[in-house]
Design a protein around this ligand. Structure first.
Ligand SMILES: NC(=O)c1ccc[n+]([C@@H]2O[C@H](COP(=O)([O-])OP(=O)(O)OC[C@H]3O[C@@H](n4cnc5c(N)ncnc54)[C@H](OP(=O)(O)O)[C@@H]3O)[C@@H](O)[C@H]2O)c1
Length: 244
């Protein structure tokens, strides 16, 4: 099978890390992060010990220039780029009535705008039949306490998926979002009290919250050749939570 080069933005922790592991079965993966160098080095060592071709890269994707520099590093090192997964997030919990201008700007710059810049890069420098995937959440269109800035940033992200999918189809590149209900990551554990996690698991038809692998396996399919006729879609995995 042809090797494919992947970039996972926010790929060293949580769902991004699980995605990096899964995509490493198909070729080299570049996993970017913002500033946690110690966690990045530990993750790089773990990948090396498992015999996986994973390179960690520090990068701030909040600016167009930051995204261009990151893609430069990948293309220079690997000779091209096939798959991009956007998994970075600024998880600033606030009521919409309390969101400051500073928080609003940072949340949109981190959670939404990078997909636009990554889409432009895929148009210019991505190989044909590429894949661009954004991670989102069903709370983009439903109320949950504290999601006053994050929810709207994810809704805009899902809209961008539609617009980019329409444009990138010219080169056979698909653009989709994978949406996860509550997923067990260190970030989520730091934000949601244990009691609420347990209550949500009880209300979920399949009886548990998500695991990072649940989302990573869906990304694996969406980025595969088997999903070559799916574009502009949001694929939701939530254990059936939003059925009720
Ligand atoms: N966990 C859930 O319940 C859940 C549910 C649905 C959707 N999601 C979505 O899934 C994605 C991953 O979530 P997660 O919980 O796995 O997050 P996470 O563990 O906190 O990982 C986020 C990563 O993004 C990086 N990052 C943050 N800002 C960045 C920036 N400006 N430039 C580059 N990298 C940046 C962080 O770097 P550092 O390590 O350096 O800080 C971190 O490695 C997010 O889009 C999230 O909204 C999560």
């Amino acid at each position: 099978m042809t090797q494919r080069v992947s970039l996972v933005v926010g790929g060293i922790k949580g769902i991004g890390a699980a995605t990096t592991r899964v995509l490493a079965a198909h070729g080299p993966v570049f996993a970017s992060y913002l500033s946690d160098h110690a966690a990045a080095q530990a993750f790089a060592l773990e990948m090396k010990e498992q015999g996986l071709d994973v390179t960690v890269l520090p990068s701030d994707v909040r600016t167009r220039a930051g995204v261009a520099a990151l893609v430069d590093e990948v293309v220079t090192a690997a000779g091209g780029i096939d798959i991009v997964v956007f998994a970075a997030v600024a998880a600033k919990l606030q009521s919409p009535l309390r969101v400051s201008e500073e928080t609003w700007a940072d949340v949109l710059a981190t959670n939404t705008a990078p997909l636009l810049w990554l889409g432009q890069e895929m148009a210019e420098r991505g190989r044909d039949n590429g894949r661009l995937v954004a991670l989102t959440s069903p709370w983009s269109h439903r109320y949950v306490e504290g999601y006053g800035a994050i929810g709207p940033s994810k809704a805009a992200l899902e809209s961008l998926v539609v617009y980019l999918a329409s444009e990138l189809a010219k080169k056979g590149t698909t653009v989709n979002a994978v949406s996860g209900g509550l997923v067990d990551t260190p970030l989520m554990r730091s934000l949601v009290p244990e009691k609420e996690i347990e209550a949500l698991a009880r209300r979920t038809p399949l009886g548990r919250i998500g695991r990072p692998e649940d989302i990573a396996n869906a990304v694996d399919w969406v980025t595969s050749e088997r999903a070559s006729w799916m574009t502009g879609q949001v694929l939701t995995l939530d254990g059936g939570y939003f059925l009720r």
